[in-house]
Design a protein around this ligand. Structure first.
Ligand code: GLN
Length: 482
């Protein structure tokens, strides 16, 4: 795990390269690689050059932000004023928001340079990015494999070094899972630590924005720039605005291992995660084996709540207010029906129907309300866990990257593979995925989970592995390397 941001930032701040020059290098690399990788779905080169000019001016004026002048990407579900934002869905084709998401406003103030919007599963629903209307992005480590999802384009761009870092969103694993599949770092902060204003909603009580980077120290730098309470997002929370201090030791660190994360796990993945825990133990950490029985309910709870919220959130796409409208219709009702039938892909339609079903009278008590009660149970048990340990170690995903097309015939297995990431969203916790090894040549992520608002603890714990080089997952060749 080598830092991209710190390295580039040193070059920019010392004047060895200008942001405009660096941005041109990235643009040239995107032009070279994106035809194959399909990581970017909208390129914003004019914006990038304008941002880079502004960054060069800021640098001259003595701007100290490590992000100043660094080219990066936003997932295609993050609103950018005047620039196409489509959630990789036909129904939002041509939609240009008239405002910026708070994360982009904040990053712009730091001198960030937007290269483009990255590929994703339609409306962030999926684990492969294959439901994108623009076709799937490819995993730079093996082009026949998926990137994971839903922030798959961002993970591919960071992995291939055609973006300095990426901003993604995570409702049930969408930052951490593609990071594990592509061998990069993905951090989902505590729910509420980063404003969701301008993030096109999927499951509002679960959604969270966070960074995908080549290193833990980069993730902390981006997190520090985007965190904080926002009057535009009522669910955002006051968090410490101090820069995250990464230095800490493994000595005395209490690492919890919950047996439920390992039931039915392959011997290879078990070896990667236990091997990682052993490294920390050798450095002085304590391993605490424990049990969180309600984790068994996490997957159904997640899919009921996420679909219920999605069915409500996606009600606004009616052919009147946004993007696409069906060409032929006989009445307003007919127009709405045809627009939604033609505009949404099959996976999105499936989830809207499921969500509507679990909220319908007669079934609400049996499904939605029960899921909410179980969610409280999971939250309570997780609170108990963090009285016994500082962080939990788990696999990010039970498997490595799927073969392309796998989810087409194995939808259930694909949903099941979210089992280790969704509990973190259900309980609103911070979680990070870092590359901790390889299985059959493909990267496998270690997930480190912390208590609510203990984002610094999660980053510090992950940083120990980076600083002391616990794991050796090499970078892919190519891309912008300075
Ligand atoms: N794979 C999960 C889903 O399909 C998570 C997606 C996400 O985090 N946006 O819902």
């Amino acid at each position: 795990m080598t830092s991209t941001i710190s390295r580039l930032s040193a070059l920019l701040h010392s004047g060895i390269i200008s942001s405009v020059e660096l941005t041109r290098l990235y643009i040239a690399e995107i032009e070279k690689q994106n035809g194959t990788l399909n990581a970017y779905v909208h390129k914003t080169y004019d914006e990038a050059i304008a941002n880079a000019r502004a960054a060069d001016k800021l640098l001259k004026e003595g701007c100290t932000s490590p992000l100043c002048g660094i080219p990066m990407t936003l997932k295609d579900n993050i609103a950018t004023d005047g620039m196409e934002t489509t959630c990789c869905s036909k129904i939002l084709r041509g939609y240009r928001p008239i405002y910026d998401a708070t994360v982009w406003t904040k990053l712009k103030a730091h001198g960030a340079v937007l290269l483009g919007k990255t590929n994703m599963d339609e409306f962030a629903m999926g684990s492969t990015s294959e439901t994108s209307v623009y076709g799937r992005p490819k995993n730079p480590r093996d082009l026949t494999k998926v990137t994971g999802g839903s922030s798959g384009g961002g993970a591919a761009a960071v992995c291939a070094h055609i973006a300095g870092y990426a901003i993604g969103s995570d409702t049930g694993g969408s930052i951490r899972q593609p990071s594990s599949f592509c061998g990069v770092v993905g951090f989902k902060p505590t729910y509420g630590a980063v404003s969701r204003y301008g993030l096109i909603a999927y499951g509002s009580s679960l959604d969270q924005i966070g960074p995908l980077t080549t290193s833990v120290s980069d993730a902390a730098l981006v997190y520090d720039a985007i965190k904080g309470i926002d009057p535009m997002d009522m669910t955002s929370t006051d968090v410490s605005m101090e820069p995250t201090s990464l230095e800490s030791g493994a000595k005395g660190l209490r690492i919890g291992i919950a047996k439920e994360f390992f039931e039915g796990l392959s011997p290879e993945m078990t070896a990667v995660i236990y091997g990682a825990a052993r490294k920390y133990q050798e450095a002085g950490a304590e391993i605490i084996e424990l049990s969180v029985p309600s984790l068994k309910a996490a997957l159904p709870v997640y899919y009921i709540i996420a679909c219920a919220e999605a069915s409500s959130n996606l009600g606004r796409y009616d052919g009147i207010r946004y993007g696409f409208r069906a060409a032929n219709y006989s009445s307003v009702d007919d127009m709405v029906i045809k627009t939604r039938t033609e505009g949404f892909g099959r996976e999105v339609q499936k989830r809207i129907m499921l969500g509507t079903y679990v909220l319908s009278s007669g079934y609400m008590d049996a499904y939605y309300k029960k899921a909410c009660l179980l969610r409280e149970r999971i939250q309570a048990e997780m609170n108990g866990v963090f009285e016994k340990c500082d962080v939990l170690f788990a696999p990010t995903v039970p498997v490595t990257a799927f073969q392309e097309g796998y989810s087409g015939g194995n939808a259930i297995e694909t949903y099941l593979s979210d089992v280790c990431t969704v509990p973190v969203n259900i309980a609103g916790l911070p979680g990070i995925s870092i590359p901790a090894g390889k299985i059959n040549g493909m990267p496998a992520g270690l997930q480190i989970i912390g208590n609510r608002f203990c984002d610094a603890k999660v980053l510090q714990t992950a940083y120990i592995a980076e600083r002391d080089a616990f794991f050796d997952v090499e970078d892919v060749e190519g891309g912008v390397r300075l």
